[in-house]
Design a binder for this molecule. Sequence first.
Ligand code: SOE
Length: 387
Amino acid sequence: MAAKSVNVALIGTKFMGKAHSNAYLKVGKFFDPDPTPVMKAICGRHADETAEFAKRFGWESHESDWHKVCERKDIDVVDISTPGSLHHDMAVAAAKAGKHVFCEKPLAFNLKDAREMLDAVRKAKVVNMVNFNYRVVPAIALAKQMIAAGEIGEIRHFRATYLQDWLNDPKFPMNWRLRKDAAGSGANGDLNAHHIDMARFLVGDIAEVVGMKKTFIVERPAEGRSAGLTATAGEGTEKVTVDDATLFLAKFSSGALGSFEATRMAPGRKNYNRFEINGSKGSLVFNFEEMNLLQFYNCADPAGRQGFKSIMATEGVHPYVGGWWPPGHVLGYEHTFVHAVYELMGAIGGKKTIMADFRDGAQCVAVLDAVEKSIDEGKWAKVEKVE
Ligand code: SOE
């Protein structure tokens, strides 16, 4: 029987707009999503650029007003790949119009907005998903299976560092990611959000946090033009209104302990998304800069033969890999988006998914908020529970 299809509208044409467009293009070529996505409409602020983008990636039509996208009768799914300041209004409007909603991370600027978004998708009974794309890295999906099977026993530590260096140069100009009104926060919402979700995915809920943050470079050259993580300078300077680095400690509800460090000021570290999990029977280590590998230390190995082994998660038995290449023909960043869109289609088709929904997205925002609260008050802060 032929798979059903759903019409997708994507809002955003920059870094994430490209990554998501590529995913919609590829998913049906390498997997059998049911339903299949039809690339119906792309939406961007500048009509000419958006028309060009539509042609390049094969979108059937283009819009420059996101309200129209949400109103269009021929759209089933709205994909929000914009800066965070727009997530709330777009997601609420899309849900009210009965569309399934796929949203970039972090879900919202604060818990109040996140709860409103969650209410809207629940009322509308639409599928809702947050793009925490690292969940669907094959090595991480494998870690999830190993933890569920008890292979590392009872978890005691989650130790995460998310390091980048693109802001180390004080001449690097402003862009939306450095403005609180557009991004909500800096390294905290952009990078810690991933590890908070990862911690919840692999270990469980976080109950309490205490943190600190710093903006090392408080003024930068004004923005000329920016794309992805690169930018050219314009005239004058502008104040940075977000954190360059945020670190925090966490107590999990299970009793496990966590540490999180996110910075955009670590020379040499490009997308060093690394975490280590220590359990009573062994440890797991992942670093996105070597994303095909999962390190595993097994306490049950014979004495004299113990040590970390590198599992190359590129075999057909590893999650998602069967759709791609023969063993050892490694995957990259863009594949994670294809897997995420595959999961989105599955969820729309009624399948269980390992991706985060809006409740997970809101719970992540609750942790981000608690980190900010603890920094403001200089003490431990409890994390609100999102039911
Ligand atoms: C920039 O810091 C960025 O692209 C994040 O926005 C992504 O979420 C992360 O996966 C990689 O780095």
